[in-house]
Design a protein around this ligand. Structure first.
Ligand code: ZN
Length: 498
């Protein structure tokens, strides 16, 4: 054997042994993730003492303290000027008066209508309610909406852009008709009723101060004294043919500022420490309803939160033993998710580490249960994998490789589509990273009867299954944090790419 060949042989052997060592280490630390630890943390986070961890409330603060103390105990750093808390403020808007009257008929909030828009009026306003039906140029040219409330059908489209079009045309507000039947409307109205008296949380931004009242199609027929079928016809053919109605409405509001915080813990990498992998969950839930029932949120998203904790601990132990990841890892538990992904939006707008150097986000939301699809299946070792191919051609393969090598779960891609009717790709915190072209994977185990109910409790969690799911996410994280090249942004989702 000549010298050069010998040399290559040695180098190859060295690379193989480094790999073998690294894989061994990886497996050793994966073993520290245990059902027992997951249960211990979740038993506290989903206990009644935490009162459903509603954003800005006492229970959320207790959860934040618990997370901070934990990260401190495993020697991870607080990356926000030494703190583990990224504090931010939200405004809490409470509607002190919402009145909506058609002719002489006073409608009842959360029975006849649901109030959605915005506004703060000193006195009641009288206006005409005109029927537009569908929002398109033709209809807008036929019906004068200036200084009027405008009745429209809600059909599939997102109401945001419709609102803009109608308000731009000079309308005072809207009456939106849900097309999903009276039973559906009643369910929604009940949900709003159960939250009445609680402020609506959001970022304190200027909004279009115009009210939107939502009604059922039956109620709309009653308001216009016209059968639903005729309203539908008119929406398509001649919206101007429906006679308008006199309405009176008034909304007043009270605004308060609320303090909340994301919890962040940081593990610095070695030779690629400028690059950061983000592993996330939301630790807030929806609190307590007006009947005093606590929504413990054991699965949503207590499960993701304790999974992040266990993964963090595994990496921290490895680091302590001298096996640090090459890239840095940021563990982040956000608040405000249930109010509209607010904590992750705040982080993405105010990142502690530059987003250009943020290589991936692995987000974990509801991984503690078995959903409808799998409840009767023999093999329940599954996880839904969402978004892994949308921004990078490599992320899905990397996750699959680690699954085949270490965990052997069923990776189910049924929700992995931008046009999935459930819209899961848009419905948890990873979306705020994906928006900034950071390749993400969303790990999720689906919905069940206890989803957003007071019955989402810790006794229903499948800790053994959750342990396996956590291990997969750990292995994929290890790989992403240690591989030579970060995953390229070359995926199929061109819509998100700017
Ligand atoms: Zn959730």
């Amino acid at each position: 054997m000549n010298k050069a060949k010998q040399c290559i042989g040695v180098i190859t052997g060295l690379i193989l042994s480094i790999n073998a060592f690294s894989q061994n280490a990886q497996s050793t630390y994966a073993e520290t993730i245990s059902a027992e630890d997951l249960r211990k943390h979740l038993t506290y986070l989903a206990s009644d003492e935490l009162e459903g961890r509603d954003t800005g409330e006492k229970g959320q603060k207790l959860a934040a303290d618990y997370l901070r103390d934990f990260y401190k105990s495993i020697d991870l750093a607080g990356p926000v000027d030494g703190s583990y808390f990224q504090k931010f403020q939200l405004s809490s808007v409470l509607w002190t008066e919402v009145a909506f009257q058609v002719g002489k008929n006073k409608l009842v909030e959360n029975e006849d209508f649901i109030f959605m828009g915005d506004g703060d009026m000193k006195k009641a306003q009288k206006a005409e309610l005109v029927f537009l039906g569908l929002v398109n140029e033709e209809n807008l040219s036929k019906v004068d909406v200036t200084d009027k409330l405008v009745g429209i059908w809600a059909i599939g489209e997102r109401t945001g852009s419709l609102t803009d079009q109608i308000m731009d045309a000079g309308a005072l507000g809207m009456v939106v008709v849900t097309m999903e039947g009276q039973a559906n409307f009643d369910r929604m109205a009940n949900r709003f009723k159960s939250l009445s008296g609680k402020g609506r949380l959001g970022f304190d931004k200027p909004t279009v101060q115009r009210p939107i009242f939502m009604v059922s199609s039956d109620k709309m027929a009653e308001i216009f004294e016209t059968p639903v079928d005729e309203l539908k016809e008119a929406a398509k053919n001649d919206p101007g043919s429906i006679q308008s109605q006199k309405v009176t409405f008034k909304v007043t509001k009270n605004k308060e500022m609320v303090d909340t915080e994301n919890v962040l813990a940081f593990l610095e990498g070695t030779d690629k420490k400028e690059e950061v992998l983000v592993i996330s969950s939301h630790y807030d839930h929806v609190g307590v309803n007006n009947a005093g029932e606590i929504f413990n949120g054991a699965d949503d998203d207590g499960s993701g939160t304790v999974t992040v904790m266990e993964i963090a601990e595994a990496f921290a132990k490895a680091a302590k033993d001298g096996t640090r990841p090459r890239r840095s890892i940021l563990f982040i538990n956000v608040s405000g998710e249930e109010k509209g992904l607010l904590g992750s939006e705040y982080y993405a707008e105010n990142p502690i580490f530059p987003l250009e150097n943020t290589v991936n986000n692995l987000n974990i939301d509801m991984v503690g249960r078995i959903d409808y699809e799998y409840q009767d299946k023999e093999n329940q070792d599954y996880v839904y994998v969402i978004g892994s191919e949308m921004l990078s051609s490599q992320l899905k393969i990397i996750n699959e490789y680690n699954n085949i090598t270490y965990t052997d779960l069923i990776l189910d891609y049924r929700y992995d589509a931008e046009d999935d009717p459930n819209r899961f790709y848009y419905r948890s915190d990873h979306y705020n990273f994906a928006k900034h072209n950071i390749p993400v994977i969303f790990f999720f185990n689906g919905v069940h009867d206890d989803y957003h109910q007071p019955t989402d409790t810790v006794d229903k969690i499948e800790f053994d299954l959750m342990e396996k799911r956590a291990k997969l996410i750990f292995h994929t994280s290890w790989d992403l944090a240690n591989r030579e090249h970060r995953t390229p942004v070359d995926g199929t989702n061109t819509r998100l790419q700017r």
